[in-house]
Design a protein around this ligand. Structure first.
Ligand code: SF4
Ligand code: SF4
Length: 168
């Protein structure tokens, strides 16, 4: 069951690379994302639904691009990661769709947004929001949602194998 909590109940968020989000959910693609993935990896890595486009899931339900490095999960798409994945586990909305508007209200550059988190994420810690969470993490999630940035600095987990750095 989907369960969303307003951001004012969250002290911090840090992805621990558990991979659950890439195992439990289908990823919806916008058309440019679908086109790029189809051209580079083949349309067979995607699924065309009745009115939505998705990334293919393998037999155990995981995203076909989910990879594992020494026990740590990471995204095989890296810089091509769909925006739906970049925003997980947060919902950044223009209306308080999941209730508690005062707790969900986020002032983003003078604009009213309503932010909730999916409680399925293992990286959430609850309590009064820290400065880092509000000013760096949520700010970047809002930037990503509104198309004001594409690169993830504070909104992903970064692993290093000594040669390359992988974003979750
Ligand atoms: S975003 Fe959350 S659920 Fe997904 S891998 Fe990170 S900690 Fe796990
Ligand atoms: S983050 Fe990457 S591996 Fe995870 S669901 Fe999205 S595309 Fe798949």
């Amino acid at each position: 069951m989907l369960n969303f909590v307003p951001w004012r109940h969250i002290a911090k968020w840090q992805c621990i690379g558990c991979g659950n989000c890439c195992k439990l959910y289908s990823v919806v693609l916008n058309f440019p994302e679908w086109l790029k993935i189809s051209q580079i990896f083949g349309a067979e890595k995607t699924v065309v639904g009745l009115n939505k486009l998705f990334i293919k899931r393998v037999d155990d339900g995981s995203c076909v691009f989910l990879c594992n490095l020494a026990g740590n999960y990471f995204c095989g798409l890296q810089n091509m990661k769909p925006v739906a994945c970049k925003l997980w586990p947060f919902k950044i909305l223009s209306e308080p769709k999941y209730g508690n508007p005062n707790q969900a209200l986020f002032n983003y550059r003078g604009k009213k947004l309503f932010i909730y988190a999916d409680t399925m994420c293992q990286g959430l810690r609850y309590g009064p929001p820290s400065w880092e969470f509000t000013s760096l993490v949520l700010q970047e999630f809002a930037d990503l949602a509104l198309g004001n940035c594409r690169v993830q600095r504070n909104t992903t987990r970064t692993l290093s194998n000594g040669v390359r750095r992988f974003n979750f």
